[in-house]
Design a protein around this ligand. Sequence first.
Ligand SMILES: C[S@@+](CC[C@H](N)C(=O)[O-])C[C@H]1O[C@@H](n2cnc3c(N)ncnc32)[C@H](O)[C@@H]1O
Length: 268
Amino acid sequence: MTNTRYVHGYSTREWERLTDQANALSELLHQDTTCPAGSVVLECGCGTGAQTVFLASRNPEARIVSVDVSAASLEQARRRIQAAGQRNVEFHQASIFELPFDDAHFDHAFLCFVLEHLAEPATALKAVQRVLRREGSITVIEGDHGSWFCYPQTAEASRAVQCLVEVQAKLGGDSLIGRRLYPLLLETGFREVRVSPRTVYVDSSRPGLVESVFKNTFIAMVEGVRDQALSLGLIDERTWYKGIADLHRATKRDGTFCYTFFKAVATR
Ligand SMILES: C[S@@+](CC[C@H](N)C(=O)[O-])C[C@H]1O[C@@H](n2cnc3c(N)ncnc32)[C@H](O)[C@@H]1O
């Protein structure tokens, strides 16, 4: 996968966005991600290691094997894990579609915000299934950009967010994938599939969340597709800038924002 295919790119700003996202959402998303001591855990699409640090710290007795296609992101992930003093993680540059591991090698697999970027998420899950042992388990966490709302909300703000959905779709991804985790895992042959919605709601009584979740994660993601949205003619400039300004308006004292992530667990 090249830089141009990944909708959010590999910039320093994206590194910061992923870090903010992971830090702000760690309790909501990871509080119940635990593996027994001695487990061998595969993390696919680890990126810059923003989720890896939580996985490693919550499961100090597990061995975490994290893979990503991007060498640059893996380098940042290594530095992050080193800085955190964690010793239970190893990194490999590999695609989820060609995992360089034996069949049934892992006890657990963990994917966070990866399937939404893949044109063939079911094929990716099949590839992960191959390297999981029988009765092994999988955790998949994804967002769904159809799940958001804010106050005040304008037609221009909704249109700007819709541009992110459409740009990602043009790159072969699906930013509405949260709602599809259940059917995708069933179709792949996983058993005991359980999906739980994880809703984050923010208002100015929790200014830290307004900054990290709404501004630095959600709005930053939308702003990131400006050039593609304008050059593809998905929106005109006036509507774009009004939409972005309106999203920022909802970060003010009387504004609110809500978004739902989906966390699925299943058995091989
Ligand atoms: C949105 S980032 C998520 C990173 C990390 N999981 C997190 O939540 O911070 C998606 C990651 O998936 C990686 N990726 C995309 N296609 C991949 C593939 N075929 N195999 C492995 N990783 C892939 C990208 O390089 C990127 O680092």
